[in-house]
Design a protein around this ligand. Structure first.
Ligand code: GLN
Length: 490
């Protein structure tokens, strides 16, 4: 294989080439750099890249480690020591991370090289990556469309062959939705499975870090390296981390898959329904037993999510006041003027909308009517899943109701944008794990647009959903398809 083909490899294949010393970590980085230079003008996936630091790390990389010498792209919400971290926001302009997030420490310990930061919706608020203050990222399958969000830069980079794998964060769907729209595997771990220390908080009871990759095996490899307890994150779970690659290859005999009747809602693109129904048939032919389940409170998911996520965001974002770091308004008259103008000028429209909404639902007089009630309905949503999992081992559904939409199509209608997460955000509310795996294409005016199948599992049952996703993936050719951008840059 020629050097220029290297970036098309999966992490698993790249790692075995590195281990056999057929390529060096430096050569891998150099070929990745060339690929990024050729595709980046078309997709704008990266916010910052430090090849010099990465090349230094490559010199000493131990290729015998699980991810030894593998470059990984990092969503720009995760602190990487010495690198800028904008979180897609003007308010963090000029800020450089003083330390590594725990996930970065763990990836480094497994031999990976975090070399660049990817674009995202500001503070992870959005489903299209259009809410970034830095730039707009495009979908490598059709550059007139969004890559999804908020981890859209990570998705576009991997889908364009401009990253072997990437980290994203998922508060209501921000890993699974862009994975689905960009033809990738995206895993949202169970709440508490992965440390958030050093990850900028959006909604602390919902946020999780996870991988976006070309294959299920690659996602399992990253998870095995990065999951686990952390004394710096009191919400991280103490349970030991299994080797997530170990069940890959097991068949699906005896596995019960629930299909929730509430997910057969109107408004789903017929091509998405057809692809997901075909995937369910395929899973059945692989030995899975399909059972009907019900998640009766699904309809409340979006409303509950937007009460809780905005409430938590309004508290978390109070720290961005221009005093210690980031953007600072010029020539303030007094302290209040400093705070007011720094935040007014530093935050984008969507972030301000959410801070205002969140402050409102927490304000006295509305707290019980909105926030407390949303917490109660959240419990009902959680119990829906507990009951459903008595009848099945995992739940299958579309990841998103529609394939990638056009750039600009939803920017003036926040509600239409919020609906992109209708199938994903209940998993965050319930704290369970979920994965999106490619399951076909929709044809739209000559473009092929990826469709994703979502598989949801019980808390800490990542091994199971990876097994199911892998069995499905290996029985289809969807994961072998490459985006036009990945193909034409050779
Ligand atoms: N799109 C959802 C939102 O805007 C989810 C974002 C996320 O998961 N970070 O809040």
């Amino acid at each position: 294989m020629s050097r220029s083909d290297l970036p098309a490899l999966t992490i698993a294949d790249l790692q075995s080439l590195l281990r056999r010393k057929e390529v060096s970590p430096r050569q891998v980085l150099e070929s990745l750099r060339a690929r990024i230079e050729s595709v980046e003008p078309k997709i704008d996936a990266y916010v910052s890249i430090d090849f010099e630091a990465a090349l230094k790390e490559a010199e000493t990389a131990d290729v015998n480690l699980p991810l030894g010498g593998v470059p990984i792209a990092i969503k720009d919400i995760i602190n990487v020591a010495g690198q800028p971290c904008t979180c897609g926001s003007k308010i963090l302009a000029g800020y450089r991370s003083p330390y590594d997030a725990t996930v970065i420490e763990k990836l480094r310990a497994a031999g990976a090289i975090p070399f660049g930061k990817t674009n995202m919706d500001e503070f992870a608020m959005g489903s299209s990556t259009e809410n970034s203050s830095v730039k707009v990222t495009r979908n490598p399958w059709d550059v007139s469309r969004v890559p999804g969000g908020s981890s859209g830069g990570s998705a576009a980079a991997v889908a364009a062959g401009a990253a072997f794998g990437a980290l994203g964060t998922d508060t209501g769907g921000s890993i699974r939705q862009p994975a689905s729209l960009s033809g990738l595997v995206g895993l949202k771990p169970s709440y508490g499975r992965v440390s958030r220390f050093g990850v900028i908080a959006f909604a602390s009871s919902l946020d999780q870090v996870g991988p976006l990759t070309k294959t299920v095996r690659d996602a399992a490899m990253i998870m095995s390296a990065m999951a686990g307890p952390d004394r710096h994150d009191s919400t991280s779970l103490p349970d030991p981390v299994p080797d997530y690659t170990k069940n890959l290859g097991r068949d699906l005999k005896g596995v019960r898959l629930g299909v929730p009747k509430e997910y057969r809602v109107e408004g789903i693109d017929p091509q998405v329904s057809a692809a997901v129904n075909a995937a369910i048939k395929q899973l059945e032919s692989l030995g899975a037993e399909i059972v009907d389940v019900t998640l009766p409170h699904t309809d409340y998911g979006i409303a509950v999510y937007y009460f809780i996520a905005t409430a938590e965001a309004s508290a978390n974002l109070a720290r961005f006041d221009g005093v210690r770091y980031g953007y600072r308004a010029k020539d303030p008259k007094d302290l209040l003027d400093h705070y007011g103008r720094t935040r007014e000028e530093g935050f984008g429209e969507e972030v301000k909308r959410r801070i205002i909404l969140g402050t409102y639902v927490l304000s006295s007089g509305y707290y019980d009517a909105f926030y407390v009630r949303a917490q109660k309905v959240r419990q009902l949503i959680r119990q829906d899943f507990v009951k459903a999992f008595e009848k099945c081992d995992a739940i299958v559904s579309p990841t998103t109701p529609e394939p990638a939409f056009k750039l600009g199509e939803r920017t003036t209608n926040p509600l239409a944008m919020y609906l992109a997460d209708i199938f994903t955000n209940t998993a965050n509310l319930a704290g369970i794990c979920g994965i999106s795996v490619p399951c076909g294409f929709a044809k739209e005016n000559g473009s092929q647009l990826p469709i994703g199948l979502q598989i949801l599992g019980k808390s800490l049952d990542e091994t199971r959903i990876l097994q199911i996703a892998h069995a499905y993936e290996q029985s289809t050719d969807w994961h072998k398809a490459r985006s036009p951008i990945a193909l034409d840059s050779k």
